[in-house]
Each structure stands twice: as structure tokens, then as C-alpha cells.
Write a protein that binds this ligand. Structure first.
Ligand SMILES: [Zn+2]
Length: 242
């Protein structure tokens, strides 16, 4: 598809998400294809998912460490070994200047060719995709890509105190938005996506029908993409941001 950076020209991808498990539900099949192609993928999580889980008896103060560990384990299932946490409070994320600076910092540190992030828009088909934290992170991530990370005069403290030079991200992939324009066939990598999601035991342990639910959902995306019967796909809105 025109306008999409060739994986062979992509050295590094930074996946920015709000909560542990977001990247796995949205894009782990695609991430596995990227790492298979030799692309280095780094995860940056804005929160520790400390408001997550369904077991009311589990001590809340142990939730951040548990969810971090689950995300690190899930990342390994799809070939990702660098997972960074910004520690913002789960459920209260806003697209503030502080968050934009935090994300611009990570972009300048990682220097990715491609950024993956959630959509800042609501998706009226599935209310959960448009969680307020997802929308806030999507909005702040896009602002961090343009203009914050690339403008050397934005957040001058990043350059002056942390020696972080400006960096231009060439492409952004938005997951979970209302209008995908690019699809990735993840039939081959689906077992690893499933393993990654199962690593989020505190979130998915009670979902006996996880594999079936995912298969139905990804098969519908594949159908929308025009792929043959029996294929599974993940969908994205890809933006040229060079
Ligand atoms: Zn989430």
C-alpha cells in the first residue's frame, strides 16, 4: 500500500500505550511480524494499569508490579525485550504538556522510524477501545510526534539538560480508531498474540473464551481487509508523518 514505510527500511518502532495489555489486544500479531522481520520494537506504557484487574481481594498496592511483570512477559512472547513505564496514574491520564514532554523524551531517546499509538478518537462500535486514557495517550502521542519531538525549540530542557536532540518520526500507526486504512495479516503470528494476552493473567485469566473471541474479531477485520476466508488481521490508520 502506498505511503506505508517498508519494513525493510524500518529499524525501530516505538509502541506507546496507556495500559498493560493494550498493545497485545490491538497489535501483538503485527508486532510479532515486525520483530520477525528484524525490527527492534520498544514498548512505552504511560500507566502501570493499577486500576485494572477484577479480583477485589488482590491487594491494590501490588497491582502495579504485577501488571508490569505481566507486560514484560507478554512482550517476550512477540520478541520485545525493552519495556518502559512512565508511571502515570491509571484512569486519570490527561493529554497534558507534562505527558507530551514525557513522550517526546522517549521518542528522542528511542529515535523510532515508526510510532504505534492508540486513537485519540472515540470508536462507537466498541466503547472499550475509546477508554479515556487511550484517547488521552493517543492525543499526547500524536502531539509528541508532531511537533514536540522534532522541534528543537519545543521543551528546550530536553536538549539543554538531557542532551536529547530533535527527532522526526516518519510514520505513525494508530490502533483502535474508527477509520483503519491499513491491515496486517496476523494469521501466522496469532498463537503468539494469544500467548501474550494470556501473560496478562490478572486481566484475561477469567476469559475462558479468549481465543474464540479474538478469532471472531480478527476474522471480521480480515474480511474488511478483503483477505480470504480463514485469515486473521489487525487494522490501523497509518499516517505519513515524515
Ligand atoms: Zn487500556
Amino acid at each position: 500500500m502506498a505511503g506505508v514505510l517498508d519494513d525493510a527500511e524500518t529499524g525501530r518502532v516505538l509502541a506507546i500505550t496507556a495500559h498493560p495489555d493494550d498493545v497485545d489486544f490491538a497489535a501483538a500479531g503485527t508486532v510479532a511480524r515486525w520483530t520477525d522481520a528484524g525490527i527492534e520494537v520498544i514498548y512505552c506504557l504511560v500507566t502501570d494499569g493499577d486500576a485494572g484487574g477484577s479480583d477485589e481481594d488482590f491487594p491494590r498496592d501490588e497491582m502495579p508490579a504485577l501488571r508490569r511483570a505481566e507486560q514484560v512477559a507478554a512482550a517476550k512472547c512477540v520478541g520485545v525485550h525493552d519495556v518502559r513505564f512512565l508511571g502515570h496514574p491509571d484512569g486519570r491520564v490527561e493529554a497534558t504538556l507534562d505527558l507530551r514532554r514525557d513522550l517526546a523524551r522517549v521518542i528522542r531517546q528511542v529515535r523510532p522510524d515508526r510510532v504505534l499509538c492508540p486513537s485519540p478518537e472515540r470508536n462507537y462500535d466498541r466503547i472499550g477501545i475509546g477508554h479515556p486514557d487511550h484517547r488521552a495517550v493517543g492525543s499526547a502521542a500524536l502531539d509528541a510526534v508532531y511537533p514536540d519531538a522534532r522541534n528543537p525549540f519545543a521543551f528546550p530542557e530536553l536538549r539543554e539538560r538531557e542532551s536529547l536532540a530533535a527527532w522526526t518520526v516518519r510514520e505513525v500507526w494508530i490502533a483502535g480508531g474508527p477509520d483503519p486504512n491499513h491491515y496486517v495479516d496476523v494469521t501466522e503470528t496469532f498463537p503468539r498474540k494469544l500467548a501474550a494476552l494470556r501473560a496478562h493473567e490478572s486481566q484475561t485469566g477469567h476469559m475462558a473464551d479468549l481465543a474464540e473471541r479474538l478469532t471472531v474479531r480478527l476474522a471480521a477485520v480480515a474480511q474488511r481487509a478483503g483477505l480470504p476466508e480463514g485469515r486473521l488481521a489487525e487494522g490501523f490508520r497509518v499516517l505519513d508523518t515524515a
